[in-house]
Design a protein around this ligand. Sequence first.
Ligand code: SF4
Length: 489
Amino acid sequence: MKLVFHGHDERYVAEQSLMNLFPGERPVYEPIAPDDDSWAVISLREDGDRCAVRVELAHGGRTGDRTYETALSGSDFDREGQRRHAVGACFFLAARDITGNTPPWGMLTGVRPDKPVTWALEAGRSPEEARRLMEQFYYVTPDRAALALETGATAAAAARRLERRDIDVYVGIPFCPTRCAYCSFVSQSVERSFALVPPYVDALCAEIAAGGEMVRRAGLRARTFYMGGGTPTTLTAEQMDRVLTAFDAAFDRSACEELTVEAGRPDTITAEKLAVLKAHGVTRVSVNPQTFEENVLRAIGRCHTAADIGDAMELVGRYGFPHVNMDLIAGLPEDTAEGFRRSLDRCLSFGPDDITIHTLALKKGSRILTEGLRIPDAETVAAMLDYAAPALRGAGYRPYYLYRQKYMSGSFENIGWCREGGECWYNVDIMSELCSILSFGAAGSTKMVVPGTNQIQRAFNVKYPKEYVERPEKWRANQAAFAAFYETV
Ligand code: SF4
């Protein structure tokens, strides 16, 4: 779709709105020709403290023309947000006029659609006001507004437990036994990169030790620890022990509420590794089957059976971890609505206190796209999610965090469901950006959050394990930036 702007250059919001409302379209910045059938002219005019946006739109033989006015107030940063909202809202209304479609999350295009609820509740507004905000200001459908109210309330509660110098710690293990069909993550197959694992563990332990020292000097407290990947349990028991020992030695564990380790792939879970996790006081183990359907497991490139998942869950159960999490994905290649139902029922039969239901996201570079694998359509994915919500509620779970990714089937969302007391606070903190996250390891993304504001700074570790081992100067610079940030807040 050709985009033409007058009086502004709000490219980001225009492009995000375009991709949200016209899936498959891409922005093009060229003059509109008389016979073009896909274009938008977005004009913005400001008069003192008022801003008026007009969107003229053409697509699929239909045209729309909308205006949207709003008051501007507050700081320059606030006014920038108000202008951006006006452009997004006006584009949304014009697009809705000509397509007749209202996406579940209305005009919200970001990865954390419940954030406006959290902000409203933190600002002292009532749940009813927060719900109205979602439906009337962002055009979110009533069921998604109700969902955001539940997860937004959990985020507001999570924010209350944090103090200004509380942080979370993330450790990344970017290795997996094989690569899943839907994955574009920078994970290396252990078979192909076996030699890289020992130097990676050495480098990681050095980074954790230096990070702990920096955190101590800055007077910060680690509230949660999360080891993800990749698949952390691709490490041997001895390597796992080294990483956890490095964390124990570097950080004060007394304020650390939870220690989570993703044991994502059932074929990497052994009694020896679980014993190490238990000995280090790990409070949550996450087993991620994604499906229990044999044909789907094969299609996504998992080298294990559904029975292996059951065996892994039985083994994890023997160690008595306080919390166990399981993940499923709706919309995987070869799956059906019935298959997904069976997977969820099977998952529920193990009684984990935390279940995350993801919706498939089509990621660049994944085998689904490069090999053109057959995936369920949006209606089938909707049927899967329609089954999941009441089934989970019926079994005593409630939604406690949610997020979206780009290019998700049907523009839905990922939802974490838990039983009472089963929340993984790290998930809530990171999704709602409630506190800083200090990330260790290759491709680690460190976030520095100014408490009580919407402002975030980021620092990225190098992407690949080999580069990470060879260039410790990058994580040293990131840690220096993290320390400098806390000298100012
Ligand atoms: S387990 Fe996760 S990180 Fe590893 S290949 Fe599969 S999707 Fe990617």
